[in-house]
Design a binder for this molecule. Structure first.
Ligand code: HEC
Length: 280
């Protein structure tokens, strides 16, 4: 019985702590950091911003249908912030997912290019749950108008975003991702590296490098090209559930619109190459 008392005492002690850590209801905030400057914006203020408008996304990558949003151009949000050169904008979700968005596209400097928006989930009119998930894409979701004009990839539509921050581009930041120096500049291995950084590193690390923490490291301790038959690995990337299936699986399939057969080959060649370049 004495144990019970301790458990109750511990419970009483922890309850107020848990309440402190919980987010304040009705206040959903987005943190934006560029270089050394940081600003925090709440959803209500963003919805009230005169630059926020209604947009229609015809082929929403996450909802897989036409969606309507209240959204503000990312370029407007970043306006006036000093953006370090050779950096990307990382969109960080609460679950460890981190997408890297090219800054020149996000700041929308080229005419006719894709345009990035931050869609804001209205607290009084929440979005539906994402297909196969219990939650919606809120509180903040990066969507694109005209995405094909700039080759925007499916992993560059980060949902459940809580933070935007500038960071050095992956190739500059992590030499652990680099191909061997004697690989020519035109080698398809380098294209594979870039594709891997955009489509896979939003969830995976490689050689311990990367910001995300959703899936396993794809080189340490073993590289999937060392234990998957080549065809099975390509099949897995196209559709993980074609190899094995369970309720909690999180890795999305990459349809042909997300990665062509050739692009999957490029990623696998890069992985094969990196199996010989392990960094502990
Ligand atoms: C949205 C997150 C996400 C993205 C994006 C993603 N993965 Fe995964 N991946 C996972 C998770 C999580 C697992 C662990 C299995 C699971 O839960 O589905 C996994 C498992 C794997 C495995 C199996 C490892 C093993 O030993 O079982 C391979 C191989 C793999 N991913 C390769 C890739 C490649 C290549 C890409 C890019 C084309 C990619 N993944 C993109 C989340 C992701």
């Amino acid at each position: 019985m004495w144990k019970m008392k301790y458990i109750v005492a511990l419970f009483l002690l922890l309850t107020p702590l848990a309440a402190l850590a919980a987010p304040v209801p009705g206040k959903t905030v987005l943190t934006i950091s560029a270089g050394t400057a940081t600003q925090t914006l709440d959803a209500a203020a963003l919805l009230a911003n005169p630059q926020t408008r209604d947009i229609t996304i015809d082929d929403d990558v996450s909802y897989k249908k036409t969606m309507h949003y209240r959204a503000i151009p990312l370029a407007t949000l970043l306006h006036g912030m000093k953006l370090p050169a050779d950096s990307v904008l990382e969109a960080v979700a609460n679950d460890g997912f981190v997408a890297a968005l090219p800054l020149d596209l996000v700041t929308h400097t080229q005419k006719g290019a894709a345009e990035a928006f931050l869609a804001i989930e209205p607290p009084n009119a929440p979005w539906p749950a994402l297909p196969g998930k219990k939650q919606s894409a809120g509180p903040f979701y990066v969507v694109w108008l005209n995405p094909s004009a700039s080759g925007i990839r499916t992993e560059q539509w980060p949902y459940m975003t809580a933070q935007l921050r500038t960071a050095d581009s992956p190739a500059k930041r992590w030499k652990e991702l680099a191909v061997a120096e004697n690989v020519s500049l035109e080698s398809p291995l380098r294209t594979g590296q870039t594709l891997f950084a955009t489509q896979c590193m939003s969830c995976h690390k490689l050689n311990g490098a990367g910001s995300a923490d959703v899936g396993p490291d794809l080189n340490l301790p073993m590289n999937p090209t060392e234990y998957f038959k080549a065809d099975a690995l390509k099949k897995y990337i196209r559709d993980p559930s074609s190899l094995r299936h369970w309720q909690g699986m999180q890795m999305p399939g990459f349809g042909k619109d997300a990665l062509s057969d050739h692009e999957i080959d490029l990623i696998v060649s890069y992985l094969e190459h990196m199996a010989g370049r392990k960094k502990q």
